[in-house]
Design a protein around this ligand. Structure first.
Ligand SMILES: NC(=O)c1ccc[n+]([C@@H]2O[C@H](COP(=O)([O-])OP(=O)(O)OC[C@H]3O[C@@H](n4cnc5c(N)ncnc54)[C@H](O)[C@@H]3O)[C@@H](O)[C@H]2O)c1
Length: 392
């Protein structure tokens, strides 16, 4: 693997997934954990040669919450006691940078760690300054969005339709421009690859896709495919291959972490349900009218998410059957390694001179960004495309 230093600048660094990424890499550096759960850790030497070594990754990033990462990780309770003790000292030295914030897009998460900014251009300037400072200690920087889910916006807005329209909206202080878009714009303007692990609308608007192509910057998103949707996009193609008709698919999630709290707000929830609900039609080729996706904030579970799926199917002779899946997962333990791999792949894409939407990274996302065609959702097909790119 490459000996270059890869800097991951995380938006939402103090969150459950952000702190788990940082702690995980630190534990690897200390030799306290192995690489189980990191999807690209077992590649042969040749495929992996240009990917940044896990041990060469360093972190920086923004959070609304000013506390250091040890204090944040302690609150999230994702690490076990031994793991926390091993990384507490190094995490306590990392403080998030001041965030870009707008309460119109995120209502029920609090924190005072943000710079008062009089306009969008000033916010962008602050983000760019942070990135430039970080670049001084890294060979390559990648930005990954792991912030709380913002409210759903009207993606067809004229202001998002082209770079020129977006720039005008920036100058006019438009209320339709979210922090997620400002971070994405700042990264692209600095020629830094950008990955969106959240359902928030960001680099997926036409204006920023155009900007990424113009700047030769690779971008990818959106919404990490970690638990329930991952399993759904594995099972659905198999049922399709056997011509078992899916009559209904009821998916419920219980989660009690801060992501769950953010999603208990109706506006943020709509963003998440949109990305989760879109996968079946593409895989099956028909609409499952009774595809229901439900997410509940349920505090006792903390980060130990529970996902239930009930699938009603019809087989030969019109006979009805049911499949029940109960995935007792750990939200951040599934998410953190994917976010790390997305960053390493975006760095690889940049080295290869790939720019714009990196469709081959669809394998990591619930709602993959595509330029012309509707996205491929079937996991086995996504993985085939991804490995072909990796080995190219
Ligand atoms: N855990 C998973 O399996 C998974 C899967 C897919 C997507 N995601 C998405 O990843 C994101 C992070 O999840 P999490 O569990 O770490 O949530 P979290 O609530 O623990 O962390 C989010 C962090 O973002 C910070 N934040 C909010 N707005 C910000 C802003 N404008 N700038 C900088 N920081 C900001 C918050 O203070 C918080 O610390 C969520 O959007 C979630 O939907 C998670």
């Amino acid at each position: 693997m490459s000996e270059r230093t890869l800097g991951i600048a995380v938006i939402g660094l103090g969150g459950a997934v952000g702190t788990t990424m940082v702690a995980g890499i630190e534990l690897l550096k200390l030799g306290k954990v192995d690489k189980t759960g990191l999807p690209l850790s077992e590649l042969d030497q040749n495929s992996a040669k240009d990917l940044a070594a896990y041990e060469r990754i360093v972190f920086g990033g923004w959070d609304l919450n000013a506390e250091n990462l040890a204090a944040a990780a302690e609150e999230h309770e994702v690490l076990n006691h031994k793991q926390f003790v091993a990384v507490e000292n190094s995490l306590s030295k990392i403080y998030p940078w001041k965030a870009a914030v707008d309460e119109r897009f995120l209502s029920n998460i609090e924190g005072g760690n943000f710079l008062p900014s009089k306009d969008h251009r000033e916010v962008i300037k602050n983000i760019v300054n942070d990135l430039k400072k970080f670049q001084e200690i890294c060979d390559q920087v990648v930005v990954i969005n792991l912030a709380s889910t913002e409210k759903l916006v009207d993606e067809s807005s004229e202001e998002y339709s082209s770079l020129a329209a977006f720039e005008n909206a920036l100058d006019a202080g438009s209320e339709n421009i979210s922090p997620a878009m400002l971070y994405a714009y700042a990264a692209i303007s600095t020629e830094i690859p950008y990955g969106n692990f959240t359902p928030s609308v960001a680099a997926d608007i036409p204006a920023l896709i155009e900007f990424a192509e113009m700047q030769n910057v690779p971008i990818a998103g959106k919404d990490g495919k970690t638990g329930q949707t991952f399993i759904k996009t594995v099972l659905a193609p198999a049922l399709k291959a056997r011509e078992l008709k899916i009559e209904g698919w009821y998916s419920t999630n219980l989660l009690g972490n801060r992501d769950g709290l953010a999603l208990s707000n109706e506006d943020s929830l709509r963003s998440k349900i949109k990305t989760k609900a879109s996968v079946l039609r593409n895989i099956l080729g028909y609409e499952v009218e009774d595809h229901i996706v439900d997410i509940r904030y349920y505090r006792p579970r903390g980060d130990d998410k529970e996902a239930w799926d009930n699938i009603d199917i019809t087989g030969f002779l019109g006979q009805k059957m049911q499949i029940k899946v109960n995935f007792l997962c750990k939200d951040s333990i599934l998410a953190a390694p994917l976010a790390i791999e997305i960053a390493r792949c975006l760095d690889l894409a940049k080295q290869r001179g790939d720019s714009g939407i990196q469709e081959q990274l669809s394998v990591f996302f619930k709602l993959p960004m595509t330029k012309y065609e509707s996205p491929e959702h079937a996991f086995h097909i996504q993985n085939k495309h991804f490995l072909k790119w990796l080995n190219a």
